[in-house]
Write a protein that binds this ligand. Structure first.
Ligand code: FPP
Length: 249
């Protein structure tokens, strides 16, 4: 008799496949506290956070969720101690280099959004390479917000639109929410149905400000490194109990 795997590979029976979120976004918070609670340096928390992320990506893929978007580094995170910022940049680059073959094998399409031009040159190259190689993959759309700020994204979209108006290519009357959507970094993924935030903070922290207008928000006290499949299962159960009305009755 073959042993049943401990991980929930298949969609748990209490979840309705028809009512899964199409797009899940996550604010991966609590790595530092997770490490501190164990008397470890904060960077160990970030390393464990990568394992959590890999498992969540695999889980989304296993369970048929089409898109996962995560907040890896905000425009405000540059204000952290230099050692930690440098470690994170090095970690992103290392993870990308080491995981690229697996992303390809698993048919993941990876995208980075944010002000990428301010990232270290070598990281930018890895980002470019991974996006280029995986761009035709279709199993899941994985978006990593890096040096990302929601307000900046909206300002960038406004500038872009204003420039087109200035050049006479766009009639101001044609500006509506659909057109605006198309000028965001996330134009090809659509809005998240579910936004998960770990570590109990009740904030959106400048993440996908426009896109989360009607997202269901799920906050758990669990710290990111402990956010496993069972926790994600709980988040999806909570999501399926919500009545999404989009402003209607
Ligand atoms: C927030 O925890 C976490 C981050 C700022 C970094 C998240 C990054 C990863 C998990 C790595 C992702 C890697 C790739 C390649 C996408 P915190 O440091 O704010 O924790 P605290 O609130 O407890 O201090």
């Amino acid at each position: 008799m073959s042993a049943k795997p401990m991980t929930l590979q298949e969609l748990p029976a209490d979840l309705d496949r028809e009512r899964l979120p199409r797009h899940v976004a996550a604010i991966m918070d609590g790595n530092g506290r997770w490490a501190k609670g164990r008397g470890l340096p904060r960077i160990v928390g970030h390393q464990r956070g990568v394992d959590t992320l890999k498992e969540l990506l695999r889980c989304c893929k296993d369970w048929g969720i089409a898109a996962l978007t995560v907040y890896a580094f905000s425009t405000e995170n540059w204000g952290r101690p230099l050692d930690e910022v440098n470690f994170l940049m090095m970690l992103f680059e290392r993870v990308l280099r080491q995981q690229l073959d697996e992303l390809i094998a698993e048919e993941v399409k990876i995208r980075f959004v944010g002000n990428l031009a301010s990232l270290p040159e070598s990281l930018q190259q890895e980002i470019e390479r991974s996006m280029e190689i995986t761009r035709h993959n279709t199993s899941i759309q994985f978006t990593v917000a890096t040096n990302y700020g929601g307000r900046q994204e909206i300002v960038d979209a406004c500038r872009n639109i204003a420039q087109q108006v200035k050049e006479g290519k766009l009639d101001p009357e044609a500006i509506d929410t659909n057109l605006f959507d198309r000028h965001l970094y996330t134009s090809d993924i659509g809005d998240p149905d579910l936004l998960v935030r770990t570590s109990g903070e009740m904030r959106v922290s400048n993440f996908l400000l426009w896109q989360i207008a009607y997202s269901e928000i799920y906050v758990t006290p669990t710290l990111w490194p402990d956010f496993d499949r069972a926790e994600f299962h709980r988040a999806l159960c909570a999501y399926q109990q919500r009545n999404r009305r989009f402003g209607k009755v």
